[in-house]
Design a protein. Structure first.
Length: 318
């Protein structure tokens, strides 16, 4: 949530009249994140988050915003988008798509204990089940095709050992995705970026998931793997913490039981989740876009996680 497009209180004063939110009182850029321009927006009716989308188009955005609305209606703890007087969830601001969503209560839990991981696992399973009847379809735009297209752009920047790892993992994931086990595991809408800073807690109570703008249709297991790799891994070594892993997976399994094919796919999905974020962090480091308040994340973190998953294997899924 860096700031690529500047927005002032004067900019939104006329624009916001189309929403039932009253006058804007304050606006402040949000420093974390790296994809869109995000702002805390205070109005006469409360506190919200304003997002200006730097890459997603008006045609793509209904998937994300309507998915959030769909989930909120079914009791999943996500911020509901605010519609304007014409019922539109996405409108232009400074010539770019923009949306307003409610601001969640609480804070991100950056040092999670097993109790927090269990809350995340249960709500993630509930989210997957609630999205089964969501009618819109859109692929995960940072999925296998993006990996295959992006890796060649990054190889010239890497030392040979890292380049060898990247080429080998792309080949492994391409072959796995073409095989029968991958085809047998459940697919549907996924968050695809459920890191610690995209979840809010009020004490030990989960108050919501947010930042759905990497969502798409993929395997549910990939979503679980992305979540485990962040919530349950040591930040220095990438090694999984057994207590946190078990808390998250057991809570998920109690809501949506894993299947036998998913057990077979678990290690490849953990590796895929590490690869996806290693690639995106390499991309942001070596091929950056200009933005205020932008600090690229360390790609070495997910390189270590990928090497650790290959070396150590996967914990039992259930």
């Amino acid at each position: 949530m860096a700031v690529f497009t500047q927005v002032t209180l004067a900019d939104v004063s006329e624009w916001i009249k189309q929403f039932p939110l009253g006058k804007p009182l304050a606006i402040k850029g949000i420093a974390s994140g790296i994809e869109n321009s995000n702002f805390f927006l205070t109005t006469e009716s409360g506190e919200y988050v304003l997002t200006i989308f730097e890459n997603l188009t008006f045609e793509q955005l209904p998937f994300y915003l309507k998915l959030m609305h769909h989930l909120a209606e079914r009791g999943v703890l996500v911020p509901a988008p605010i519609a304007n007087a014409q019922g539109e969830l996405c409108v232009a601001l400074h010539g770019k798509p923009a949306a307003i969503v409610g601001k969640l209560e609480g804070h991100s839990q950056l040092a999670p204990a097993p109790v927090h991981c269990a809350e995340v696992g249960a709500m993630l399973a509930k989210m997957h089940l609630a999205a089964r009847d969501f009618p819109l379809k859109q692929p995960n735009l940072r999925g296998l095709q993006w990996w295959q297209e992006t890796a060649p752009l990054l190889l010239p920047f890497l030392p040979e050992a890292d380049a060898r790892l990247l080429r080998g993992e792309i080949d492994f994931q391409s072959a796995f995705a073409a095989g029968p086990v991958y085809q047998a595991i459940p697919h549907g809408p996924v968050h695809a970026d459920l890191f610690r800073n995209n979840v809010m807690f009020d004490g030990e109570r989960l108050s919501g998931f947010f930042d759905f703008y990497f969502a798409g249709c993929d395997t549910w297991l990939f979503d679980v793997a992305v979540t485990v790799n962040d919530w349950c891994a040591d930040q220095e070594s990438g090694v999984l913490d057994t207590a946190r892993v078990r808390a998250l997976l057991d809570a998920y399994h109690a809501v949506r039981p894993f299947g036998a094919a998913e057990q077979q796919a678990w290690l490849p999905m953990l590796r895929a989740a590490a690869l996806r974020f290693w690639l995106s962090r390499l991309y942001d480091l070596h091929l950056p876009r200009e933005a205020e308040m932008l600090t690229p994340h360390d790609p070495g973190h997910f390189e270590r996680i990928l090497r650790e998953r290959i070396a150590a294997g996967a914990p039992a899924l259930f």
